[in-house]
Write a protein that binds this ligand. Structure first.
Ligand SMILES: [Zn+2]
Length: 429
């Protein structure tokens, strides 16, 4: 038995939460015990759920492992992550997804749900064994070639048809490859000035439009990864207005950062810390993404946590790896972009960072309201704190954050996975 006292669920009035056997036994004001954990007025949210994490194991344990990646997740308030399939070997068989699932059971600080590849080796030529991954111990429900786009329309259609049998979803990395061949950053005014090959918005939007039509045609579930343009938002809004089963995510960095940073930033010009796929876009795109997340056109925030070792990132722009770490700063960035701007309250944040990602990933024990009888997956957050981002303090093995030195609002105080603390007073347990 354990009591967490003096916490404000979704920012409401202070209450105590009594936990027994990993389950919330009671929520009521005033409960106390000598060994109670004092939340000191922190906000309590259901443990966050990430639909899009790169844990890098197996294959790139120099960048991240299941252990360090989930430590990073716990530090960010997460109690479940979906581990993307672009590992080495690729998670395209029951054997590999079970390996990742087992690593999660043995070493993780949060639940790890492997994502299965859509095509063998992420090569876009032949469907992977989706059914075997769904039936495996890992119970895969989310399938993605993330990092690469399933650009063959016939394969995409067949994948959408196949996953219907087990209520799965295809999560598409929408990037028409020929339109982005050699692209280095968002195509626009800044890329023109810098003379870097542009990455046009239409390369993303064309695939999203095609996939929405395919999902409607076969009556299946489509999820759009890391939406980054205002035009993509318009297409998803249209698809939803038709009643089609389309969901979408946005990353914290696409809610805050713009492509101007490639030209001029606190860390100088051409700093590959800002190199990411999809690229940072314009201020108008950021405003459209914020509005879409607020009005539900974009369903969720997903981190696209993409750890890279220093040698892959601190090199010249054209050679640098694409991606940013994000688990430990996600909620602070969302507070900055969405809460401080009045676009979302804490209930809205909980919906978009916990309840809906759990629903899209079909995780019955995650994203639940903080009520009696529900699993005790809880995170405590102090929104009044102000923290200067210090990458050397990250639990992640990698340090490639674009927020180094920035002061962001909020601080994760504690995280509980089925009643077991994984983080207390901001530190790993
Ligand atoms: Zn991607």
């Amino acid at each position: 038995m354990m009591i967490i006292k003096n916490v404000r669920i979704l920012g409401g009035e202070p209450v105590s939460i009594r936990i027994a056997d990993g389950v919330i036994a009671e929520v009521a004001p005033g409960m106390d015990a000598p060994e109670a954990i004092d939340g000191a007025g922190a906000i309590a949210l259901p443990g966050l759920v990430d639909l899009h994490t790169h844990l890098r194991e197996p294959g790139r344990e120099d960048a991240e492992t299941v252990r360090t990646g989930t430590q990073s997740a716990a530090r960010g308030g997460y109690t479940a992550v979906h581990a993307m399939a672009n590992t080495s070997p690729v998670a395209d068989t029951a054997g590999v997804v079970e390996q990742v699932w087992r690593l999660g059971r043995e070493h993780a600080l949060c639940d790890v749900h492997p994502v299965g590849a859509v095509t063998v080796g992420l090569e876009g030529r032949q469907l992977a064994e989706l059914g075997a991954m769904a039936d495996s111990a890992a119970r895969v429900r989310v399938f993605s070639d993330d990092g690469k786009c399933v650009d063959d329309a016939v394969l995409m259609r067949r994948a959408l048809e196949y996953v219907k049998a087990f209520d799965g979803v295809v999560a598409q990395h929408a990037q028409e490859p020929r339109l982005t061949s050699g692209a280095q950053m968002n195509e626009g005014v800044v890329s023109g000035r810098l003379g870097l090959a542009g990455w046009p918005a239409v390369a993303e939007e064309a695939i999203i439009a095609r996939d929405c039509l395919l999902a409607a045609h076969v009556g299946s579930r489509l999820h759009v990864c890391h939406v980054s343009t205002a035009g993509s938002v318009e297409i998803i809004r249209w698809a939803k207005s038709k009643g089609w089963n389309v969901t979408a995510e946005v990353t914290p960095h696409h809610l805050l950062l713009t492509d101007d940073l490639v030209e001029e930033s606190p860390v100088g010009a051409y700093n590959p810390i800002y190199k990411v796929n999809p690229p940072l876009r314009t201020r108008a795109d950021v405003e459209a993404l914020r509005a879409a997340l607020a009005d539900g056109t974009i369903d969720i925030v997903a981190t696209d946590h993409a750890p890279h070792p220093v040698e892959d990132k601190e090199t010249e722009w054209s050679a640098a790896a694409l991606g940013m770490v994000g688990l430990e700063t996600a909620l602070s960035v969302v507070q900055e972009a969405m809460v401080e701007t009045g676009l979302l309250d804490w209930a809205g944040v909980a919906q978009r960072m916990s309840a809906l990602p759990a629903r899209i990933g079909r995780l019955p024990g995650q994203g639940r309201p903080l009520e009696a009888g529900e699993p005790a997956n809880i995170m405590l957050y102090d929104p009044t704190a102000r923290t200067e981002v210090d990458p050397s303090a990250f639990a992640s093995k990698s340090r490639n954050t674009p927020y180094e030195g920035m002061t962001l609002p909020g601080r994760v105080v504690a995280t509980f996975l089925r009643g077991r603390p994984t983080v207390l007073e901001g530190k790993l347990v």
